[in-house]
Write a new protein. Structure first.
Length: 154
């Protein structure tokens, strides 16, 4: 099983509340999301991250932000559409069943599903963290709660 580093643990623990059991760690380079409890990885999922590497600088730069964030909202995204500007127009189900909105300096950053499972494991998003829909459902049902800490690293 994957292990977290001391540095990652300390980064999360600096903002955890006493009642927080679980937190999320996303390693962009590995394209992995980890659910962490008591400094141990209890679940791991493959993800897609921003189409461009590096720290997010501005809206629309195609980068996934790095830092410590919290879950702001859990929204039903099953009816949402999105135009990826690829000539295919509005895609129904582009975000999968849920959009887990993160409190970041940038609007619209979250963890969500996809209409394109082949994109998982790649640099493919506009800045969000993308999972396979069935894995997003598992994550949301078993672990996600409002104000949950989310650490995003290189």
């Amino acid at each position: 099983m994957e292990r977290i580093t001391e540095e990652e643990a300390l980064e999360a623990e600096a903002v955890l509340n006493e009642e927080d059991d679980d937190w999320l760690l996303i390693r962009k380079k590995q394209k992995r999301l980890f659910v962490v409890r008591n400094r141990k990885v209890i679940r791991s999922y493959a993800v897609a991250t921003g189409v461009n590497d590096g720290q997010k600088q501005k809206p629309g730069d195609g980068r996934t932000p790095e830092g410590v964030f919290k879950v702001l909202q859990i929204q039903n995204a099953s009816y949402w559409t999105h135009d990826f500007r690829d000539g295919k127009g509005e895609i129904k189900g582009a975000y999968g069943p849920w959009f887990i909105r993160l409190k970041t300096p940038w609007r619209g950053i979250g963890i969500h599903g996809t209409h394109d499972p082949q994109s998982i494991g790649k640099n493919a998003t506009e800045g969000c963290i993308r999972l396979r829909n069935e894995e997003l459902k598992d994550l949301k049902e078993k672990y996600i709660k409002l104000s949950m800490v989310v650490v995003i690293r290189k």
